[in-house]
Design a protein around this ligand. Sequence first.
Ligand code: CA
Length: 360
Amino acid sequence: MERRSFLKKAGAGAAAGSIAAPALAQAQPTITWRLASSFPKSLDTIFGAAEVMSKRVAAITGGKFTIRPYAGGEIVPALQVMDAVQAGTVEMGHTASYYYFGKDPTFAFDCAVPFGLNSRQQTAWIEQGGGKQLMREFFKDYGIMNFVGGNTGTQMGGWFRKEVKTVQDLNGLKMRIGGFAGRVMQKLGLVPQQIAGGDIYPALEKGTIDAAEWVGPYDDEKLGFNKVAPYYYSPGWWEAGPQLSFYVGIKEWEKLPKEYQAALEAACYEAHVMMQAEYDARNPAALARLLKAGVKLQSFSKEIMDACYKAANEVMDEEAAKNAKFKKIYEPWKRFRLDENQWFSVAEAPIQNYMIGRRA
Ligand code: CA
């Protein structure tokens, strides 16, 4: 009896062993995901981030975990990526969280809010300043886990058919600008318009709108706005460092082997770094070409900036007063912004300004 039991155990052990060895070598399942992007392929730096991420995930996992990116509108409407991940229509998305401002303005902290953080500060807040914990708690209600997915750096203030020098000049101006910035500008009499990227040029050309903001020199040049609105304003104070995000359905994330989770997270970081590097490397040459083509580069006047800053604070405070989720993030975020700007004023800004002065 004892011997039989021993043999049985040994047999069982041997059998388990003979299965376990090859199983370890090829233990990982083949998984295929679909990623819905909010962006067209023409925005190669932004759409490209999803490609950078998916190629790296495939490389790390020996081709076992593949994620196929689809451009905005291909399988999901561009501005419904969040809804699609939430519903499980796709496992993953790549989007700008402030697109969902209409559902809850709290989303915007994951991307950009007026007079918010620059690209470096945004990453610092998300990764080391408590931002990730706060945003993930917020996203949990939507069944989504958010990961950093790139940044454009400070955007431009947009293209204007005529000069704007005073706050009065903004009154009645029709501008393609959305979300938070639109609400702020409304306080100053501007009429915000929501227009998809491809429809901006004809609207500016016909004069249906007086101004439009898009991204910055590298992306704006492709759409040719300079031909119909020659005044190019800086800075886009509503997008000091807008962050793109990868969304993963929490249920899908939990089904992934730990190794795939690690691969996906690392690949998101890679895409995040690469996008900012691409914009920083490509914008100068694009701006030089635009200036050569006759673009009139302008800065918003101090009067306009101050009025916008005041209006932005009012809009943010109004939202905090009626939205507990917003307030929970806004308060610590404001303290972080103050600390960051004080620190950046000590070393970053002086060396940057000195070098700009030397034109080196
Ligand atoms: Ca923009």
